[in-house]
Structure formats: C-alpha cells, structure tokens
Design a protein around this ligand. Structure first.
Ligand SMILES: CC(C)(COP(=O)(O)OP(=O)(O)OC[C@H]1O[C@@H](n2cnc3c(N)ncnc32)[C@H](O)[C@@H]1OP(=O)(O)O)[C@@H](O)C(=O)NCCC(=O)NCCS
Length: 183
C-alpha cells in the first residue's frame, strides 16, 4: 500500500466561505453533493461535512449527522433472529429496547487519485475516536452507514456488521459499528 504524506493534508469542517477544490471520486451523486448541496445541508442542520485536501485537490470528504438505530421487524426474518441480534450487544435487563443512539456517516468519498492508500480507514478511525470521546458527555452506541454494494467489503474490514437480513437486493445495505467495547 502506498503511504500518504499526511503532513501535506488539511482537514477541516466545510463552511460557506471555503472554495472547494477539484474532486472526483468516480460517483456523480457523491461528487455533486460536495459541490452543490454540502453547504446547504450544513446551513439547515441536516449534515456536517468534513473536508480533507492538499494544495491542489479535495482528496476526501465525509458527512455526519445524528441517527437512531431502530431494530425493526421488517429487517429480520423471524422474532428469534431479532432476539439473537439484540443479544449480541445488549445486556439482559435492557433487551426490551429497540432504539439506540447513533451517529450516521451520510457520505464518505475519496478522490480517485487517493483511493487504496488507507485514507478511508483513517477517516473511519477518526470518526470512531471522536464518537468515543463524545460518549463522555452524550451517549452514542453505534456508528451507522447505508453502504453502497461496492463499499461493503471496505466497511466489513473496519468491523461494521449488517443490521438487516432483508436488504441484500436494495441499492444500499444498513451497517453498524458497535462502540460499546471500543476504547
Ligand atoms: C470505499 C472507499 C471510501 C474506500 O476508501 P479507501 O481510502 O480507498 O480505502 P482504504 O485504502 O482505507 O482501505 C481500507 C481497507 O478496505 C479495503 N477496501 C477498500 N475499498 C474496497 C473495495 N471497494 N472493495 C474491497 N475492499 C476495499 C482495502 O483493501 C483495505 O483493506 P486492508 O486494510 O485489509 O488491506 C473509497 O473507495 C470511495 O470513496 N469509493 C467511492 C465512494 C463510495 O463508495 N463511498 C462509500 C459510500 S457508502
């Protein structure tokens, strides 16, 4: 894997006054969101966008917003599989709960020229680290994402699991990372 020289990279929250440098992740919707919608989403408190750039290009961006992971019957094939699912991360007295606090990765995209160099992993690790810190004053149990099929293995490698047994044929699959035992 090629090493990124992180000393040349700037990372910050996108705001209205920032000129967005060229970016192409190979997906028109994700490219278009950055240039046409990210500022609007920020203004309307729908999603916060983080930018990573070097001198010439935007090399990655990701967006976050608050979420709620709901354990819904439509996502499972039977009641027993719901119970099995809840057993994996909830201790006994709280297994009646079906909604859990979460942070959602709304979008994550790496410029074509920087894919496969470990930047995606670094971004997920940063989001996880910040969510764990946030837990000191505001509980958040999961990081969630509706992942494109082309990125499922990427999220699997980073420890994400599938929420639903029934969304294999949808455009995206619901995935989650449990923060409980991470330090
Ligand atoms: C998916 C994406 C974010 C991955 O970012 P990246 O910086 O290229 O990934 P990394 O280099 O950090 O890879 C981390 C691990 O995931 C694996 N991986 C990354 N992309 C993969 C893919 N498309 N298929 C299979 N494995 C992949 C890498 O091999 C690496 O595994 P390893 O550490 O075990 O060797 C990036 O390719 C991208 O922006 N894709 C287009 C937009 C997109 O699909 N975004 C996700 C929307 S939900």
């Amino acid at each position: 894997m090629a090493i990124i020289d992180f000393s040349n990279l700037n990372s910050f929250l996108l705001n209205e006054s920032h000129f967005i440098k060229p970016f192409d992740c190979g997906d028109e919707d994700l490219n278009s969101f950055l240039f046409n919608k990210a500022i609007l989403y920020k203004k309307e408190l729908l999603a916060t966008t983080f930018i990573i750039e070097n001198q010439e290009r935007t090399i990655a961006y990701y967006t976050l917003f608050n979420d709620c992971l709901r354990v819904e019957e439509t996502n499972f094939t039977s009641k027993s599989s719901i119970k099995r699912f809840l057993r994996t991360f909830i201790s006994h007295p709280k297994r009646h709960l079906t909604s859990f606090p979460a942070i959602k990765i709304g979008r994550l995209a790496i410029d074509e020229s920087f894919k496969g160099k470990g930047l995606g992993r670094l971004i997920i690790n940063t989001i996880t680290h910040n969510a764990i810190n946030t837990n000191n004053y505001q509980a958040c149990k999961f990081i969630t994402v509706d992942a494109y099929h082309t990125s499922l293995i990427f999220y699997e490698r980073l420890g994400f699991k599938y929420l639903s047994e029934n969304d294999q044929y949808e455009d995206t699959r619901q995935m989650y990372l449990d923060l409980t035992n991470l330090v």
